[in-house]
Design a protein around this ligand. Sequence first.
Ligand code: AMP
Length: 184
Amino acid sequence: MSGVESMKIILIGIQGAGKSTQGNLLSEKLKIPYLSTGHIFRFLAKEKTKLGRYIKEIMNAGYLIPDKKTVSIVSNYLKRPEYANGYILDGFPRTLDQVKEFKNGVDKVVYLKVSDKEALWRLSYRNGDNREDETLAALRKRIELFHKLTEPVLDYYKNKGNLVEVDGEKAVEEVHKEILEKIK
Ligand code: AMP
């Protein structure tokens, strides 16, 4: 695949599925920039502004930032010149309303599938970087919202024919290869 081709890839999966690991590997391989809405929001949550405090509170509880706000923040990021030839977007869209409001277009949607049990296990044993928004209650809430709000997004892309499903429980390198095969 040539690096000049535009490619818009979406990564979807519950927390702990390996989206950022796989997103970064893909980004290196395909020479397409990686962008994570989780990173954007964690960055905004550090700001000592009304918006910052508001976002922090929602994130720490494991809830989603409201759709309108999310779409406007993400769309603004994607206007930057570095994303003109495509992007690997991790963590967005997470609801059908976000899908509807998002005007940038999508080429491939990669669903990194891991069981709830595996994700909880991985997150509880991930050493070191425990974040403030990673309490067990927040994790459970995020998983619950994934099933309720994000699974319909997967069905939507499946019907459109751009969903690719990958077994995220395999070793990192194997998952990476499988993604590359399936998005060709
Ligand atoms: P993540 O690292 O992708 O799990 O995102 C961490 C937190 O950021 C989530 O629990 C949400 O509070 C917020 N967030 C990230 N992406 C979205 C999105 N697409 N819509 C709403 N909230 C989001």
